[in-house]
Design a protein around this ligand. Sequence first.
Ligand code: ATP
Ligand code: ZN
Ligand code: ZN
Length: 741
Amino acid sequence: MPAARVLIDGPSELVFDYAIPDGLNVQPGCRVRIPLRNKLSQGTVLDLVPQQDDLGFALRPLHSLSDPEPLITPNLLKAGRWIADYYGCSIESVIRALLPEAVRTEDNSAKVRKTVVLDHEPSPETLAKLQKRAPKQAAILSLLTHAPERKIALADLGDGASASVKSLAKQEFVRVLEEEVRRDPEADGVEEILPDTPLPLNDEQEASLEIILSSLQSAENKQPILLHGVTGSGKTEVYLQSTRAALDMGKTVLVLVPEISLTPQTVRRFRARFAGMQDQVAVLHSNLSQGERFDEWHRIRKGIARIVIGARSAVFAPLPDLGLILVDEEHENSYKQDQIPRYHGRDVAVLRAALEGCTIVLGSATPSLESFQNTLEGKYRLVRLAKRADGQSLPLIRVLDMRLEKQKQKGGMAILSDRLRNALEQRLLKNEQSILFLNRRGFARSLQCPSCGAVCMCPHCSVALTYHRDEERLMCHICGHQAVVPRKCPECRDPAIALQGYGTQKVEEIIAKVLPNAKVARIDADAMRKKHALRDLLNAFQARKIDILIGTQMIAKGLHFPNVTLVGILNADIGLHVPDFRAGERVFQLLTQVAGRAGRGDLEGEVIVQTFTPHSPSIQFARHHDFDGFAEQELEFRRQFSFPPFSHCAVLTSRSTHERRAEFTLQTLHRRLTENTPPDIIIGDPLPSPLVKTHGQFRFQLMLRSTKARPMTRHVQQVLQKTTLPEDVTVVFDMDAWSFT
Ligand SMILES: Nc1ncnc2c1ncn2[C@@H]1O[C@H](COP(=O)(O)OP(=O)(O)OP(=O)(O)O)[C@@H](O)[C@H]1O
Ligand SMILES: [Zn+2]
Ligand SMILES: [Zn+2]
């Protein structure tokens, strides 16, 4: 008889073996109650292990099962182990991600509603008699005779009805049933969704769908598919028709999107297409209540919800018979979780697809270089949609050199060029709409010359140097190179070289001044705090109640507004100068995605890109809609400096309210990491983080790179285990890091 190896709930990560009482069907992934010290605790069965004979004592038996079936499927448990090992985090933290809090706690049981059902209709005489004796009971009975299905929720009968109902039940007029009700997350303020029908596909879409279908139908050929489709090429229609095919095969479908609230149109299109089977679609928002989450999770596990749409964490949705995983906008960084466990949702999706033997499609107009390189190496299959779906052309992109603008304006910051202002005016006259985009991903920490556009770069790593005010120095966040802050531009000797940056509010002010008649709205994290604010605003924009929409990264994704003919990008280069080797890639992606919002209807689109570095490759390749050219050049740079996808890159960060202790801790770790380092691991110097102080804590970091992921993770874990950290210092290891700030 094997024993159950149980991970006890709670932060201490205790694992104990328990004997399994006869007749109890205990499997890995089961939730169990176990005796611990003198009370009952809860835990998760990680494994069944042979009982050792030589223990010298008998194992305590576990108490009972919290749920008759394993809540974590064997494949998800396997994925969980892989995550713990690969990202160097505890299995407990992964189980937490696998089983949401709402599902782990026992007091979240399904919501039941007491319903009163009419059993025997009283004769008019009986009713008349009752009227005199017990008027309340009579009133309830006559209500019930007219109610649909002759039933009413007890709660709807008002306060104090239960005594009357009890009495009616005794007289066998009514029965009281307990009905499980679904807490419908969409119940409040849902907009009406009109059903739609599949579109006839164009040739490219047809060919992509064929490839996905043949993968669905084949048992062996489950190579991940990268769907590279230019903006507006109709990827969503391909997703929808693949989904239909998988459902028709009796399978379930998982759809991952970067963030539900930022991709309302994608979600709406799934709802519309599968409108006839509304309750088979589960949408996992981040703002579901605990109860709603509990209900949705169980609907998914029971196979009632057969399409699940959600962000990153939905990758753990316990769908049975998974046939297809779709990862939309696969290049997005929001797939990387920035808390423990720091997994990448797309990568876990690929792993899960392999474990489940299902088809996976990664889609994007600007695939990540990681995924693209995988197609070059033959690991993924590349499928392309090179044209816009209904024959429109990609928008014309003009690049405007802001160095010239700057000279015209004499001092002050050039924010809106004459050219862009004229273009906006024309759109207003023609009653067409515009989007103004402000890149804020970068922050004002790199130095750039406003006259010639030069940026202070690291000579060794080819990323921008970061300005550190405290030390009055420029530093490279990859290798540690330091430089003095120049007093003049090193290229053209202009003393105006400065930190860059301005915000959306500033832009709104300027527009209000130069175009006083325009109806302007702003979308950024500050403006969108209110629930439904984004949805309402996008609806207003769709209804053409707004002329100009100003926004940040939030408006870059998947939006489709046919009346938008102008997109202005105010500061294309700001993101280029962050201390991040993906800076160029991010700018290329952003420009391509934002530009892709223009000209999606019958009218042609125009994009104006304002920049101080008009010749930067990210901007030039985006201008020519040349993904392949960009990828080729960028991959060459990554290969040369051993950056991903040619290595795995991890960041080790220490933080504390106590600056010296944070710094000292990281220096100690650095010293130990460089002793007995396994081959092929490059360890950078410890440095202050680009954002050295956040939330009152000082942060220091170092970067590690290696061609092999696991030896690096293990090496770091071993050093961490051997090192006693000061109590007030937190150390974080981020494998495959996507953020270096
Ligand atoms: N076969 C088709 N025939 C006609 N119109 C189509 C077809 N396929 C898609 N469309 C329409 O083309 C438009 C753009 O499609 P969609 O939004 O799916 O593109 P996308 O590839 O997801 O773009 P993006 O990456 O920019 O979000 C939509 O209005 C869609 O209804
Ligand atoms: Zn200069
Ligand atoms: Zn460097």
